[in-house]
Design a protein around this ligand. Structure first.
Ligand SMILES: CC(C)(COP(=O)(O)OP(=O)(O)OC[C@H]1O[C@@H](n2cnc3c(N)ncnc32)[C@H](O)[C@@H]1OP(=O)(O)O)[C@@H](O)C(=O)NCCC(=O)NCCS
Length: 172
């Protein structure tokens, strides 16, 4: 397994992982009609734009030369509430089902944190659906629940929790 910065050539690989991982992770949480309409081609266009703009920090994990996971992050998008006191934000972290539980998520997060620190970002947040068991990943890595909100995905109201790290030094 190898972790590296994403390039424009990774747009398809990232989009494929994004869609596949949404389908396995959110089955039974997000409405199935919403999951069924997710298209790699649409996601790929979004990722291609993001990779071209280079505004976000994006890393991929690859196995045998094939993308099996990714992380993206950047400046915290929150403008109010306790969560706005943190500098950085993990926007997304997804691994294919078969790549989970092998430490790749931790390695992706460490790569992002190293980039954050070299940009002077010392704290961060992440939003996660309360029903997603993967939120224990953030707890395991020292994130503390600091806020919650209700969001609507595909016509269903879902609780989303925000985890915060006052200092990301311990994660680097
Ligand atoms: C969440 C995710 C990125 C974690 O990456 P990972 O490679 O599977 O996690 P790691 O192997 O690095 O695990 C690190 C620690 O977190 C714990 N952990 C990870 N996922 C967990 C889960 N679903 N439930 C409980 N604990 C979990 C591990 O047990 C491990 O703890 P340990 O050090 O005591 O053994 C990955 O499982 C994933 O892609 N999940 C599906 C997508 C998702 O939910 N993304 C987050 C959206 S906000």
């Amino acid at each position: 397994m190898n972790i590296r910065k994403a390039t424009i050539n990774d747009a398809n690989g990232i989009a494929t992982v994004h869609v596949e991982s949404w389908k396995t992770t959110y089955q039974g949480i997000v409405p199935s009609s919403y999951l069924a309409q997710l298209r790699v081609s649409e996601r790929e266009q979004n990722w291609r734009r993001g990779l071209q703009q280079q505004k976000h920090h994006i890393f991929v994990a690859e196995e045998d030369g094939k993308v099996c996971g990714f992380i993206s992050g950047g400046s915290n998008r929150a403008t109010k509430g306790k969560e706005a006191d943190y500098e950085g934000e993990i926007y997304a972290i997804y691994l294919l089902k078969e790549a989970q539980g092998k430490g790749y998520g931790t390695k992706l997060l460490e790569a992002l944190v190293r980039d954050f620190r070299s940009d002077g970002i010392c704290s961060m947040v992440v939003w996660v659906l309360a029903d997603n068991p993967s939120r224990q990943f953030y707890e395991r890595l020292g994130g503390k629940k600091i806020a919650e909100e209700v969001i609507n995905i595909g016509g269903k109201e879902l609780n989303e929790w925000c985890y915060g790290w006052r200092s990301i030094e311990c994660l680097a």
